[in-house]
Design a protein around this ligand. Sequence first.
Ligand code: AMP
Length: 204
Amino acid sequence: MVISDAGKEKSPVDSPGLLVDSTTVPLSADQIDWLKSTIRDIPDFPRTGIVFKDLTTLLRDGVAFGFVVSVMAKRCARMNPDYIAGIEARGFILGPAIADRLGVGFVPIRKPGKLPHTTEKVDYQLEYGTDSLEVHVDAVEPGRKVVVVDDLLATGGTARAAYELITRLGAEVVSLGFMVELAFLSGRSKQPDGVDVFSLVVYD
Ligand code: AMP
């Protein structure tokens, strides 16, 4: 496959033009179409009316997964983070891979009751009901720079909660980064003014 081969031969980490102030990572139309072709739509999951973006089909494609990690790592590197934080559960797939590429540590942001040490906790609104996220109080030192990553930005409540958690530790969220953005749900507008938000593949 031509596009896959291109992705393999020329590492996106070496490609020019990844701008710090861009809200999307500037991939070519072919690269975006190729990534979209590896993502599976599951209608009416987990409930009627939701089209679930199944990213397991992208992750199992070694070339696509490697490409995504490389491009996201490159984009994160421009922000000089001290840590990559990932949101449970799918942020635990991308986050450690990106952190490893950058040679920085990984910080898990988890569902309530999972972390063993003292935690900071943020409750947030879901479409129906509320949910919570936690982080260890000593996971990040005050003043450190953190990029928060997750697989997908939908309504934005999860990312905003992660932002609040890291900020409460006295650290700075320098970027919120996603593999996929569902732009029609306006999750970007839920994030604080001025925070860098980027995504690779956008569905309008
Ligand atoms: P939100 O807080 O609405 O931005 O939701 C973000 C989280 O929910 C992410 O961690 C996603 O994994 C998951 N999510 C929400 N909507 C979808 C969707 N349509 N397809 C796949 N994952 C989704």
